[in-house]
Write a protein of this length. Structure first.
Length: 446
């Protein structure tokens, strides 16, 4: 008997690249913190804390459920196991946030997992899982022209932009153009540290992958060349992920403020995927968006500061009157989006909020030449939420057809979503939009 304390990882980590990356960083921090501590041993498969009940941290994060020990009794007092638990918990929280559930039986808190499961997980630390295929050796999947069996694109020099991908044949909307595993991934850190980490990662790659990485564009060559390549090319591994991935072919795709393709991270396959979001003609450049929207001056400033280039896309190359008209539409989109996001307005004036959703959809269509499924996703979702919040089941159910298609997009974030299927679904809408438009005074909403 005795009193236990520790933390559980809830839910457990998976084998995906993001979890693996975070766990590796966490283990490195623990190793360096306790490098000179004679009571902490680095065993072949885990870190062993020789205190209390000798808790362990495995090198394979997906096996981990609990870090704990009895914290009462002579043994524990002598070996200060409580201190290890406190410090390891704090560091784990900095990497995994609320997934780390601290518990302490002294104050009637108990772990989430059954002890039988925990013991089973600890026993599994002894065996190492089969070696994983290094990311860089997994080939990319490139869609092919069904007639010629050649890839759908070629790499060409593009005026003012360096290299880029150009469609070899007509590509229809929804086509998966390319799918790649990252050559390497990196989380934000000081440039000096990043350079060292990247040098180590690069060294471990096969020669061909090293060559691919080093051949990528670098807007900031100089003191930190590897970091410069990552800054110029990395795409986030998932919505809002701090981890960036660098890809041999996807990183050759240039930016456009009216892109014809979309990039998304698939957490299950750990691949970045490029889909056509509008029909692309043979000879047309394949482009994605690096920016966050806004008027041309906002985009220009962002692209210069974040990526150090002046945009030469079709939209930014328009003459003043057309560019001015585009900027006016972008400002309208921004103000409608802000108004829809106002929770007080949504609660007190739902009809106005729904009208804004409808106007936003129209403004998006005007600005993006009719191809707005991705950007429209949130507008439909917001309209659905407003209707549901006000008990308007009829309108909400009209919107569900749209929401069914778009929730996937919204759930995965409208800007960098994953796992979106671009089946040739009739754009969400027409019926639901008409229904949203019927906002007359007799309407029972609000
Ligand atoms: C990820 S790389 C794209 C591939 C690059 N063009 C190459 O030659 O390797 C990003 C760089 O491409 C160029 N680029 C991308 N989109 C551009 C655009 N719309 N206008 C001008 N340059 C662009 C910029 O130099 C930018 O730093």
């Amino acid at each position: 008997m005795g009193i236990d304390a520790g933390f559980d990882m809830v839910p457990p980590l998976s084998k995906n690249i993001v979890d693996r990356h975070n766990w590796d960083q966490f283990i490195s921090s623990i190793k360096s913190l306790y490098r000179d501590d004679p009571q902490v041993d680095i065993e072949p498969n885990y870190i062993l804390f020789k205190a209390g009940e000798y808790p362990k941290l495995p090198f394979e994060g997906h096996k981990f459920l609990r870090f704990s020990s009895k914290i009462s009794g002579a043994n524990a007092r002598v070996t200060k196991v409580e201190g290890y638990i406190t410090v390891v918990t704090r560091i784990a929280k900095s990497y995994f946030g609320s997934r780390v559930r601290y518990w302490d039986e002294c104050v009637d808190q108990y772990g989430i997992y059954d002890w039988s499961k925990v013991w089973e997980s600890i026993r599994s630390y002894e065996q190492v899982c089969g070696a994983e295929i290094p990311i860089s050796l997994v080939p990319s999947i490139t869609s092919h022209d069904p007639i010629s069996e050649l890839p759908l694109f070629e790499i060409e020099n593009i005026s003012h932009k360096g290299r880029g991908l150009v469609a070899r044949c007509n590509i229809s909307k929804g086509t998966r153009i390319l799918c790649e595993k990252p050559l390497l991934t990196l989380r934000p850190m000081a440039p000096g540290d990043a350079e060292k980490v990247l040098a180590t990662q690069l060294k471990a790659l096969p020669k061909e992958s090293q060559r691919q990485f080093l051949s990528l564009h670098n807007t900031k060559p100089g003191q930190h060349p590897f970091t410069g390549i990552v800054k110029t090319n990395a795409l986030p591994c998932g919505p809002d992920s701090p981890i960036g991935g660098v890809y041999p072919t996807i990183c050759l795709i240039n930016h456009s403020c009216i892109p014809n393709s979309h990039h998304s991270w698939n957490n299950n396959t750990e691949q970045e995927t490029i889909h056509a979001i509008r029909p692309i003609k043979a000879g047309e450049e394949i482009t994605i968006s690096y920016d966050r929207g806004g008027t041309s001056s906002v985009r220009r400033t962002f692209l210069k500061e974040a990526f150090d280039f002046d945009c030469h896309c079709h939209r930014c190359s328009l003459l003043t009157p057309e560019l001015g008209a585009s900027d006016a539409r972008r400002s309208l989109i921004q103000s409608l989006d802000d108004a829809i996001g106002d929770p007080f307005r949504m609660a007190s004036r739902p009809k106005d909020s729904l009208r804004d959703c409808s106007s936003l959809l129209q403004a998006l269509r005007d600005e993006y030449d009719g191809c707005t499924e991705i950007l429209s996703a949130r507008a439909y979702y917001d309209a659905f939420q407003i209707s549901i919040a006000h008990g308007d089941q009829a309108r909400a159910s009209q919107l569900t057809a749209n929401v069914a298609v778009v929730t996937n997009m919204v759930r995965n974030n409208v800007t960098t979503h994953c796992e979106i299927t671009f089946d040739p679904v009739e754009p969400i809408g027409n019926q639901a939009e008409e229904y949203m438009g019927q906002l007359d005074d007799e309407d029972d909403l609000g």
